[in-house]
Design a protein. Structure first.
Length: 177
């Protein structure tokens, strides 16, 4: 089994020992590191989360959302979504960033946390290193009970994304249809 920690995110196989796979403990640790890092970069307390249809997606989503709420972030959960839709939702929501839960082309036993900044872009190498350092030190401060965040489900972003694309002047809707 495998756990790969890189600047582009955290990916690994589901099941197995913490530190060797993308275990629930690793999911919480890296999510907490990302949230802690965002807290140092922005006063915004809103994040966007979306996922693909992998078997482990809902479990990983629950861990991610609960961890972010425990850090004091409100989460807009897009549910099943695409990577570009999550990227657009971050800017539309004026969020501090987001997490896409997807292992892209990897087999079904894999999943990943792909980390995005407030511009809806993948984090930089420098930012990724800071987050990995935070995770290794486990220096997280969770919110007191009165500041725990909430989760709002919003499955409308696929349609918002489609409308934004079809509204572009460079498109030919008739040809697309």
């Amino acid at each position: 089994m495998t756990l790969i920690k890189s600047i582009s995110g955290i990916r690994g196989t589901i099941g197995g020992k913490p530190g060797e796979t993308l275990s629930p403990l690793d999911t919480v640790k890296f999510t907490a590191a990302f949230g802690t890092w965002l807290t140092s970069k922005s006063e915004k307390r809103k994040l966007v989360v979306g996922r693909d249809g992998r078997i482990s997606g809902e479990m990983v989503r629950n861990l991610v959302v609960s961890t972010l709420n425990a850090l004091g972030f409100d989460v807009i959960d897009l549910g099943l979504s695409t990577t570009p839709t999550v990227e657009m939702a971050i800017t539309m929501e004026e969020a501090a960033g987001g997490i896409i839960i997807t292992a892209s082309h990897n087999p079904r036993e894999w999943n990943a946390l792909k980390l995005l900044n407030s511009l809806g872009e993948f984090i930089s190498a420098v930012d990724g290193k800071e987050i990995l350092d935070l995770a290794s030190r486990e220096e997280f401060v969770f919110a007191p009970v009165e500041k725990i965040g909430i989760c709002r489900i919003d499955d409308s972003y696929i349609q918002k994304h489609i409308r934004a694309i079809t509204a572009l002047k460079l498109r030919d809707v008739a040809a697309i249809r």
